[in-house]
Design a binder for this molecule. Structure first.
Ligand code: AMP
Ligand code: MG
Length: 409
C-alpha cells in the first residue's frame, strides 16, 4: 500500500496544467493568471489632490494662523476628471476636488477644513501648508510597465480591481478542468426518483462529489449513475474520456466485491497506476489514466469518497487550473484536542472535526461517530485531524495536526 504522500506525489506528477484561455474580466474570479500583467501607465497617472481643498504655493501660507489667516484670491476650480484651465499664480488659490489634477504651479493642498471662504473670491488659510501636503504624485504607487500581477496569481476581487486598472478587459487564465462524476451501484436511487424500495438507497456521492467539483472551481462535465455492469461501466468510461472529460471521478465499485468493475475496466481502457492507500477512511482508491484523462476511482462509502476527493482529486484539479505547488492542499495547523481519539495502527486516519479558534489557538473536537458511511459526520466538519500511522490513540489536551477545510477559496 502507498502512503498518502506517495499517492499524492504520483497523482500530481500526472496532473498537468491546462492550456491558457482568455476570459472576460468578470469571469476571471477563482481562476489563475497565466501571464504577467504590467501597468498600462504610471499610477496615479497624474499628480492629483488627496483632499477637497485649495491648491496653493506653500510659501504663501507660511505665516497663516487661526488668528491671523493668509488671504488668497480664488482664481478657479478643478473637478475630478477635468484639467485646471489656468496655472496657479503667487498669492492665489485654486479650488480642487479630491482626485482632480493638481494645477500647474501649485506645490501643496490645504484641506477645506483649514480654510474659510470670504465673499465669493477670497479664501482665508488658517494654518500653514507644507510643500507636497495632500498631493498624490504621478507614479508613486506603480510605474508604467512595472509588474502589477505575476503569472500564477489566484484571482480574487482585489486582483479583479488591479486587472481593471491595468486595462485588462480580457484576462489570460488557465482553462478549468472538465470533470465527469460517475456513481456506481445497483442499489442506488437518484435524488429526483421516487422513494427507494427496501434494499435500495439514495445515491448521495454523485451529488456531493459534483458539489466538490464545483467548489474546486472545475467544470461539471457530466453527472451520471451506472449500474454494476461490465458493459455499462466500459461504455460510460469510454464516452466520458472521448467526450472531452479531463478527469473522471467515480464512486464505489472499486473494492474486491464480485461486482466491482471499476478497476478491470480502467485497466482495459487505460492504465491503473495504483489502487490502495494506507489511510482511513478510504483505503480502496484507484488512480490511473484513460488516454489523457485522469481517473480517480474513489471508494463508495460517502465519507471515504469525500475525504479522498479532498485529499487527492482536489489538489490535482487545482494544479490543472494553474495554482502553484504551495496552494494545492489545504493549510495545516496545530490544534489542541478537546477529547481523546482512539486509533489503531497502521493506517493514517483523517478524523472529521470542528476546529474553533480560541485564545490559545485552535481547539478541535471530532464530529462524533467516525463510520465512513455516516455522511452527517462530514456536515459540520471544518477540519480533518491527521492521526499518524503508528499512533496508538490521542489524549484530550494533546496537540495534533489538522487540515483546515474552509481557509482556502
Ligand atoms: P462499494 O465500494 O461500491 O462496495 O460501496 C461501499 C458502500 O458505499 C456500500 O454500502 C454502498 O452502498 C455505499 N455507496 C456506494 N456508492 C454510493 C453512493 N453513490 N451514494 C451512497 N452510498 C453509496
Ligand atoms: Mg458498489
Amino acid at each position: 500500500m502507498l502512503s498518502v504522500e506517495e499517492a499524492l506525489a504520483g497523482i500530481l506528477a500526472r496532473a498537468k496544467r491546462l492550456p491558457t484561455e482568455f476570459v472576460p474580466l468578470m469571469e476571471a474570479r477563482g481562476r489563475v493568471l497565466a501571464e504577467e500583467i504590467t501597468a498600462e501607465c504610471d499610477l496615479p497617472p497624474f499628480d492629483n489632490s488627496a483632499v477637497d481643498g485649495y491648491a496653493v504655493l506653500s510659501a504663501d501660507t507660511d505665516s497663516a494662523t487661526l488668528d491671523s489667516p493668509v488671504r488668497l484670491r480664488v482664481i478657479g476650480e478643478v473637478v475630478a476628471g477635468e484639467l485646471s484651465e489656468q496655472p496657479l499664480l503667487p498669492k492665489t488659490a485654486i479650488r480642487v476636488m479630491t482626485g482632480a489634477p493638481m494645477p500647474e504651479g501649485a506645490d501643496a493642498m490645504v484641506m477645506v477644513e483649514d480654510t474659510r471662504l470670504e465673499g465669493g473670491a477670497t479664501v482665508l488659510i488658517l494654518s500653514p501648508a507644507r510643500r507636497h501636503d495632500h498631493i498624490r504624485f504621478r507614479g508613486e504607487e506603480i510605474r508604467g510597465g512595472d509588474t502589477v500581477l505575476t503569472a500564477g496569481t489566484a484571482i480574487r476581487s482585489t486582483q479583479i480591481g488591479l486587472l481593471a486598472r491595468a486595462g485588462c478587459g480580457r484576462v489570460p487564465v488557465y482553462r478549468r478542468p472538465r470533470v465527469a462524476v460517475i456513481s456506481t451501484g445497483d442499489e442506488l436511487v437518484g435524488a429526483e426518483e421516487p422513494t427507494p424500495p427496501l434494499g435500495k438507497i439514495r445515491d448521495s456521492n454523485r451529488y456531493a462529489l459534483g458539489g466538490m467539483v464545483q467548489e474546486a472551481g472545475a467544470i461539471l462535465h457530466a453527472l451520471i449513475h451506472i449500474p454494476d455492469d461490465l458493459e455499462a461501466t466500459e461504455e460510460a468510461f469510454r464516452q466520458c474520456a472521448e467526450g472531452g472529460a479531463d478527469v473522471i471521478v467515480t464512486a464505489g465499485g472499486v473494492s474486491v466485491g464480485d461486482r466491482d468493475f471499476v478497476k478491470p475496466v480502467l485497466e482495459k481502457l487505460g492504465r491503473l497506476e495504483f489502487w490502495r492507500i494506507a489511510m482511513k477512511p478510504g483505503k480502496p482508491l484507484a488512480f490511473g489514466q484513460i488516454g489523457e484523462t485522469l481517473f480517480f476511482g474513489l471508494p463508495g462509502n460517502p465519507v471515504s469518497a469525500m475525504v479522498t476527493f479532498e485529499l487527492f482529486a482536489r489538489p490535482a484539479l487545482r494544479k490543472m487550473m494553474g495554482y502553484p505547488a504551495t496552494a494545492l492542499t489545504r493549510p495545516a495547523t496545530t490544534v489542541t484536542l478537546a477529547e481523546s481519539i482512539p486509533h489503531t495502527p497502521p493506517r493514517r486516519e483523517y478524523a472529521r472535526a470542528i476546529a474553533t479558534l480560541e485564545a490559545g489557538g485552535f481547539v478541535a473536537t471530532t464530529t462524533g461517530h467516525q463510520g465512513s458511511n455516516r455522511l452527517s459526520s462530514m456536515a459540520e466538519a471544518n477540519a480533518l485531524i491527521v492521526i499518524s500511522e503508528n499512533c496508538e490513540g490521542l489524549e484530550a489536551g494533546e496537540q495534533a495536526q489538522a487540515l483546515l477545510l474552509n481557509l482556502q477559496e
